[in-house]
Design a protein around this ligand. Sequence first.
Ligand SMILES: C[S@@+](CC[C@H](N)C(=O)[O-])C[C@H]1O[C@@H](n2cnc3c(N)ncnc32)[C@H](O)[C@@H]1O
Length: 281
Amino acid sequence: MRRDTPAEDHSPSLGAKEFEKFRRLAYDQFGLNLTAAKHDLVAARLGKKLRELKIPSYAAYYDLVVADRSGESLIALIDSLSTNHTSFLREASHFDFLLTQVLPGLRKRASIDIWSAPCSTGEEPYSIAVTLLEKLGMPPKPALRIRATDISTKALGIAKKGVYAADRLGSMPAAMVKKYFTQTATGLFQINPDVRKMIDFERVNLIEPLRGSRMFPIIFCRNVMIYFDKPTQERLVANLTQFLEPGGYLMIGHSESLMGVRHSLEYVQPAIYRKPGAATA
Ligand SMILES: C[S@@+](CC[C@H](N)C(=O)[O-])C[C@H]1O[C@@H](n2cnc3c(N)ncnc32)[C@H](O)[C@@H]1O
């Protein structure tokens, strides 16, 4: 009787040496802390890249990334390694805090500036925009200006288009969807241009020294710190604190904390910190 032998698996495997090389690269360039527990995840995500580019091994892919002087391959690497999971009105208590504790103090300003860092595929900055517009009215007075940044060009591309499947909008009240989104011919929902134009999207690596003179009364930096180790978290918080106004707020993810991270902020409530000093009206 003929016995079936299992098909031989010719797909390349990610050895410890190659994993270490990618781990080091991701840590140095983006702050990502890829522990050994992430081995299979990294192998799966980079394996997809190998197939896409028809590259025979992880070692060859690594060589290609580091040899590419344009930086494009490095960007593609982070695009495939980063986790862009996000949703509309995620961690709702931050939006309540924004409306009840922060907005009243900012109403007299000519403009309200908020930084969504990292913004992933756009759900966070659009949620901030529509939450505030519900209170401020359209056209907004004060003007609303949102800086939305991420390291992933793929995520930023989606964010800029602002087009989402109906099931992505489940957490948004139907009345707000109706008011701020337009259904496309293919049944998707696109954020309206007048909301879109309040947001500047930009690629920023949060662990590099950051430039700019724009200060913010509120910065959302949610669900990225979780991928960093303590020294990188410390660098991130110091980087962002420079751009917070005195009295300004830093929002982090509810599964994150600044415990064990040296910083100069005051604890307000879970996942909310404040820069010491009197807030300017
Ligand atoms: C899980 S998403 C969080 C998005 C949103 N803030 C939220 O809470 O829903 C994490 C994002 O961090 C981005 N990211 C990772 N490392 C980064 C870095 N060094 N600088 C900027 N963004 C980074 C990823 O590309 C990804 O879009």
